[in-house]
Every structure is written in C-alpha cells, then in structure tokens.
Design a binder for this molecule. Structure first.
Ligand code: ADQ
Length: 487
C-alpha cells in the first residue's frame, strides 16, 4: 500500500499516556490509515555545530518517526525569525508584529534545503508526501531540485493573507512560485483559497485561474482546494462522556462551587484575541450584575514562542487585564477570572470543555480553530453548552449555528455572553445538533482521506523530474506578467 510521508516543522513522537492534539491527530490519522513516516524537527536545539546529531529514527505503534535537531542560529532565524516573526503575523494580518530580514529568509531557505536532504534518502518510489504548514513552503521546490518525482501535497493550517498584506513581504512572489512545485495545495476555507488565487492572478494574470480547482502557470498546473480540518468526534465524545469520573474533572467542578463555567482555551498568541476577550468579560460583568458570583471564567493559555517579543507583551497585558477584573468585581469567596498559563493534557481538556456552559472562542484571525470544534463535540447532547465563535475563525464557515461575534466588538461579545448563559435548552440543543452534523460529516478521518485521495488523483499536475527551485527560473512574459518556466 502507498505510504504517507508527513513532513512538518515539529514532529510529535507519541509518548505513553499523552494524547496528541490538533495537527498531530490529523497527521497520525493519515499515517495510520496508510502506514507512514513522519519527518521533522525533534524540538531540540544544538548549541554548537558539533553538537548536531544525525537523523534519529524511532518506531512507535507501526509508524516511523525521523527527527533531527536545529542549530541555535537556525532556531533563531528560521523558526523564531522568518516563520514566526514574518510569516505568522503577516498571514494573520498583524502587520505591526511583522518583521522581515534577508538573513532570516536565507536561513529559512537553508533549513528547508536541509529538511529536503534529510528526506530524500528515506523515500520510496510510491510514497505520497504530505507537507504541513508555513514553515515548509519552499520544501517541494527543494525536493524537486534533488530529483524527487513522487506526488507532494501541502496543507496550510493558517489563513492565506489578502494580497494587500501579502505584498508587504519582499519575497512574496518567490514564495508563491515555490508553492507551485507542489501537486496539491490545501487550505482551511474558501476565503483562504480565494486569497491564494487572487495572489496568483495578481502575479501571473487572470489566465492562471482558467480552471476551477487548479492554477496554471506556464506548464505548471497545480490543484488548489479547500479541506477544512476536523476533529476526532467519536474519540472526543467518548473521552468527554467518561470525564466526570476523572480526578481532573472533579477538581475543576469542585473549584466552581456550583457556578457556571465560561471557558477559553488557546495558545497564548496575539491572534487569539485574548485581550479583547478579557475586556468583553469585564464589560459583561459591569453590564449584567445579575451574573455576579454565579459565573467563573477560566482561561487556559500556555505560553508559546516566549522568545518572540510580541508574546511577552501579550502575556503582561493579560495579567493586567485579569488582575483588573478580579480587583474590580471579586468577593472574598468569588474570583471572576482564573487565568492559567499551562498546558493541559488532552483528556483533561475535553473534561473541562464538557464541564463548561459557554466557550469563548474569539480569535482576531484563525485558520480553523480546533478548540471550537472540540468544545462542541465534548458537550452532553442532553444539555449542551453554547459556543461563542468569532466570525474571523475558519471554523465559523462551518459552525454557522454558534453564536457568531466580531471579536473586536467588545460590547457585542458581552451581549453574546449574556445570551449564551440564559439560552433556553431547546435552542441550545438545536444549535448543537446542527453543529454536530457538520462535525460528523467532516471529521478528522474524512479530512485526511479527502486530502490523500486528492493527492493521489491523477492528472492534476504536469510533473517533471528534477525541477529547479522556482525562484531561479521565473521569466517575464509579454505584458509584464511573470511566467514560470520550471525546467
Ligand atoms: P493552533 O493555533 O495551535 O493551530 P487550535 O486549532 O485552536 O490552534 O489548537 C490546536 C490544538 O491545540 C487543539 O487540539 C487544542 O485542543 C490544543 N490546545 C490549545 N490550547 C491548549 C492548551 N492550553 N492545553 C492543551 N491543548 C491545547 C493551528 C492553526 C489553527 C488550526 C490548527 C489545525 O492556527 O487555526 O485549527 O493549526 O489546523
């Protein structure tokens, strides 16, 4: 059977007792169905060139993992620098956090080259290669340059930016060109696909969009489609239903003293809208005092990317916001906000989601947001909680019966909180059931099967062995448009 080779910046090798979340669940589901190999960074940083270990191979439950270290300069310039200081903010439309440097971009390309070199010796002729996310955009062009002819797909987990933002990146054309070395490019929503197609049209003209589902530049024809990522509905339902008998669940419920739980679960990131969310909660308490002493807002937000300055700023802003709200409203026996800076194991998290009456999922921009989907799947069907969801999260395209809010509209979010907490059971169930139907129809297994099937589909791309990296082979066409000539 065809093997799936997944490549992503970070590899999460399963550990005993730990349940993987998000991307890892999706990648693992695809590999389990087909047999597989997962290649990427070990998470270790080698402090000197001499300390860099070779590729380490590990087998776990019939799957192979190939991991390697990054050097300190690679970590600083590839991971923190270009990936998370340039691409992440730009793709989320946070231009104030966007920093560009040629050196960081050069390291980004070099690390992609290294990923390609580590990958080539591990490949078999009939492998399907599935590359994940913005750290790895140029990888296919590097693999092609090393003679790889297997089909290569790319899935972008984060939004694709509008051209107005994208063109702020000095190397936006080069990056776009390198995407054309894939056979299939997948996006979370039709908005992202639309933004990608608009960028292609800006650079190569509208003729490049002649075919729906494909872009064609010169002889290069690449399939570009929407694959909204899902969750493992069945597994979450099982875990959440069993949660009440667990210690983690009992502890969170005991701490509530009968109050209703409002929950937020995010990586601590400026794109998640946490400052605005805290402000909305404060306004909710000020506007609707009947809820005092009757609700507790628990925000779980483990620190991430702490070496990037913007993340330190957001951490301090949240500490201040929660301190202010508690200072303003707390009673001796009531703490209105509990803000936890820690990672919670997946199973315990599903229990917390089950215990919550309301989830606040209010990112300022988000590719999908799996927490929104996990919250819905974790609910008790007989007495489901209410999802308050940002229209700027990819998930809002599917979960249309959530209470949809604009996260910048603090008053609107405060009003939605009041509506959610007092929503009659019949309406909660109606909304929940409509969302469950969507989640079941496109769960994590359906997601990876659709992607793999599309990657296997013949004839989506004109393939040529030994393609050069796109950046070196672009030429100007008559009329000024750039045409790719991938030899
Ligand atoms: P993330 O930005 O990391 O992912 P999200 O989809 O919300 O965001 O979460 C991914 C996973 O991490 C979920 O399974 C969630 O349960 C888990 N998680 C989040 N906070 C946690 C916490 N405090 N403790 C434990 N687990 C936690 C990127 C994109 C998203 C996209 C995903 C998947 O930014 O838009 O949905 O990839 O494609």
């Amino acid at each position: 059977m065809t093997r799936v080779v997944a490549i992503s910046n970070r590899v999460s090798v399963p550990r005993k007792g730990a349940t993987p979340g998000g991307l890892a669940v999706g990648v693992l589901a695809a590999m389990r169905a087909h047999g597989g190999l997962w290649i990427g960074w070990s998470g270790q940083i080698a402090e000197s060139e001499g300390a860099v270990r070779g590729v380490e191979m590990v087998r776990r439950e019939r799957l192979m993992y190939a991991t390697f270290d990054l050097t300190r300069p690679e970590y600083d310039e590839f991971y923190l620098g270009f990936s998370n200081g340039a691409l992440w903010p730009l793709f989320h439309h946070f231009l104030q956090a966007f920093h560009y440097s040629q050196e960081q971009y050069a390291t980004y390309l070099q690390v992609n080259q290294r990923f390609a070199e580590h990958t080539v010796p591990l490949l078999r002729p009939d492998d399907l290669i599935w590359v994940h996310d913005y750290h790895m955009i140029p990888l296919a062009s590097r693999l092609r340059a090393l003679g790889v002819t297997q089909r290569i797909g790319f899935f972008l987990h984060i939004p694709f930016p509008g051209f107005d933002a994208f063109r702020a990146l000095p190397v936006h054309r080069e990056l776009l060109e390198s995407l054309l070395a894939y056979d299939l490019i997948g996006f979370q929503t039709r908005d992202d696909l639309g933004a990608f197609r608009a960028a292609v049209a800006e650079v190569w003209g509208a003729a490049a969009l002649a075919d729906e589902g494909c872009v064609q530049v010169g002889e290069r024809r690449v399939s570009a489609q929407v694959f909204p990522i899902g969750v493992d509905v069945h597994e979450i339902q099982k875990t959440a239903a069993a949660a009440p008998s667990t210690e983690a669940y009992r502890r969170i419920v005991a701490g509530l003293l009968g109050r209703r739980l409002i929950i937020g679960v995010d990586r601590l990131d400026y794109s998640k809208g946490l400052v605005e969310r805290f402000r909305a909660y404060e306004q909710f308490l000020a506007t609707y005092p009947e809820n005092h002493n009757d609700v507790t807002f628990v925000q779980i937000a483990p620190l991430s990317r702490t070496d990037v300055q913007e993340y330190e700023v957001i951490r301090r802003a949240l500490e201040q916001a929660s301190g202010r709200t508690n200072g303003r409203f707390a009673d001796p026996d009531w703490t209105p906000v509990r803000y936890l800076n820690k990672n919670v194991p997946h199973a315990a998290l599903m229990g917390y989601l089950r215990a919550a009456k309301v989830a606040l999922v209010t990112p300022l921009r988000d590719g999908m947001n799996l927490v929104a989907k996990e919250f819905v799947a974790a609910q008790d069907p007989a007495d489901p909680g209410v999802l308050i969801l940002s229209t700027l999260a990819g998930a809002a395209r599917e979960l249309t019966t959530a209470l949809l809010v604009n996260p910048y509209d603090v008053t609107g979010v405060a009003e939605a909180l009041q509506a959610a907490l007092w929503m009659p059971l019949a309406q909660r169930r109606e909304r929940y059931e409509a969302m469950m139907e969507v989640l079941r129809a496109n769960d994590i297994h359906a997601w990876n099967q659709r992607f793999i099937a599309a990657l296997q589909a013949p004839g989506t791309a004109v393939r040529r062995p030994g393609l050069k990296p796109a950046a070196t082979s672009a030429r100007r066409a008559p009329g000024g448009a750039r045409i790719l000539n991938l030899r």
